[in-house]
Design a binder for this molecule. Structure first.
Ligand code: SAH
Ligand code: SF4
Length: 442
């Protein structure tokens, strides 16, 4: 989400005649995009701002601004007490940045943290300056109305609103023309995408029809109302990836109720069962919070067994971090001791690593279509990219290039990465045809 927002801000700044600089030392203006989801995200931002304060002392006229979720929460502290920043801009006020910069030039501090009921930046074409040129995010909605008890997003990013489908499709066509091969559609709760009479399944249908050789993913859907027809569409359409990120948060129904996540453990498992049945070989990932208010040891074990049962290919796991203004902050006590939260987190991480390793071992000998994203971090001689099922794969460069689809055979693995032998340059259509023929031949 923040990457997508930074790209909108890039576009606004470049329209003003600015251009990105290579290092903070070369910049005249520095913006820090911020996240409030967990306390440690905020701590990192504070540390970064302190680094820039040093730079500000050295370089007269350097403007430092804060963008995004932290803006509203800490605007006074940021401007008055700490003398760290000149501009504070909330997530719905990016269009106002040129005016705010002008105010700073006049010697004033500038703040706009107003949230909007309509703003979707629909007409702004994000400028992607830091990506790999192969994979891109496209924001389809903003805000969230779900009010999960632990979550600050509805307060920092405001009410839910969907972006017009035409503007989403226009951005996808632009990305196609620029050579992008994989697009992830983003929203806090994508199932509730609704623009006029267009729902999320229709949007995915239209988006994936723009180009059959561009892969599509989405994040995040909510388990409470996952649309069934979308599962069938994913199963039928080769360029809709067989990968679903489906945040569980907990494996215990009472905890889910306290979290205001309106589904039970059984309903969640039922949905997973459907996903696995309708999309053979589907890869699943999730988000989990450990140590939410009043979580008992038994409730924690329910999360462990849920994760064991589903066998997720990937999980983002967090210790609960209390956020001001949320229901949990107002009504519950953050009463699981830090060391217990951490121990539970370690337990689920360890279990998840061994599940991933087991899942990845099963991949050895299988063929996958990998979209090459670039050179591997470990060696210039190797390329890395992901399978349709979102698994990171590394293989020898040979004559292959970034942005190509390459058919590979998996030869080895760790819990996080697959190693492979490249076979041939391919395409979604070609690979899919060969897979179908292999199924027919039995
Ligand atoms: N809209 C997405 C989640 C966005 S936040 C969804 O509902 O799936 C990403 C993840 O951060 C959440 O899924 C949750 O696991 C985690 N998270 C949110 N608030 C948190 C908190 N207060 N403490 C710890 N983790 C939190
Ligand atoms: Fe937060 Fe829940 Fe909305 Fe996700 S669905 S952003 S967790 S309130």
């Amino acid at each position: 989400m923040n990457f997508a927002d930074s790209e909108v801000v890039n576009s606004i700044l470049m329209d003003e005649g600015m251009s990105p600089s290579e290092t903070p030392e070369q910049a005249d203006v520095i913006f820090v995009n911020t996240c409030s989801i967990r306390e440690n995200a905020e701590t990192r931002v504070w540390n970064r701002l302190k680094e820039f304060r040093a730079l500000k002392k050295e370089k007269e006229g350097l403007t430092v601004g804060v963008l995004g979720c932290m803006a509203e929460r800490i605007k006074e502290r940021i401007i008055d007490q700490e003398q760290l920043v000149d501009i504070v801009v909330g997530p719905d006020a990016y269009r106002d940045i040129p005016n705010l910069l002008a105010e700073v030039e006049d010697g004033r501090k500038a703040v706009n943290v107003l949230l909007s009921l309509e703003e979707t930046y629909a007409d702004i074409s994000p400028v992607r300056t830091s990506g790999n040129g192969v994979t891109a995010f496209v924001s389809i909605m903003r805000g969230c109305d779900n009010m999960c008890a632990f979550c600050v997003v509805p307060f920092t990013r405001g009410r839910e609103r969907s972006r017009p489908m035409e503007s989403i499709l226009r951005e996808i066509r632009q990305l196609r023309d620029q050579g992008y091969k994989e697009i992830t559609l983003l929203g806090q709760n994508v199932n509730s995408y609704k623009y006029e009479n267009i729902d999320f399944t229709r949007l995915m249908d239209e988006a994936s029809s723009v180009d059959p050789e561009i892969r599509f993913r989405f994040s995040s859907p909510h388990p409470k109302d996952f649309p069934q027809p979308l599962l069938h569409l994913i199963a039928e359409r080769p360029n809709l990836c067989s990968y679903i990120h489906i945040p569980a948060q907990s494996g215990n129904s009472e905890v889910l109720e306290r979290m205001r996540r309106p589904y039970t453990r059984e309903e969640y498992l039922g949905l997973i069962h459907q996903m696995k049945q309708i999309i053979p070989g589907v890869s699943l990932s999730t988000d989990i919070i450990t140590g939410f208010c009043d979580e008992t040891e038994e409730e924690h074990r329910d999360t462990m067994t849920l994760m064991e049962q589903v066998e997720f290919d990937l999980a983002y796991m967090f210790a609960y971090s209390e956020r001001e203004r949320t229901l949990a902050h107002r009504k519950y006590e953050d009463n699981v001791p830090e060391d217990v939260k951490k121990r539970r987190l370690t337990e689920i991480i360890q279990q998840q690593m061994s599940i991933q390793e087991k899942n990845n071992k099963k991949e050895i000998g299988r063929r996958h279509l990998v979209l090459v994203e670039g050179t591997s971090k470990r060696s210039d001689e190797q390329l890395s990219g992901r399978t349709d099922t979102n698994k990171m794969v590394v293989f020898d460069r040979e004559h292959y290039q970034k942005g190509e689809y390459v058919e590979v055979e998996i030869t080895g693995c760790t819990s996080a990465t697959l190693m492979a032998r490249p076979i041939r340059k391919s395409s979604i259509a070609e690979f899919n045809k060969a897979q179908e023929e292999a199924v027919v031949l039995g």
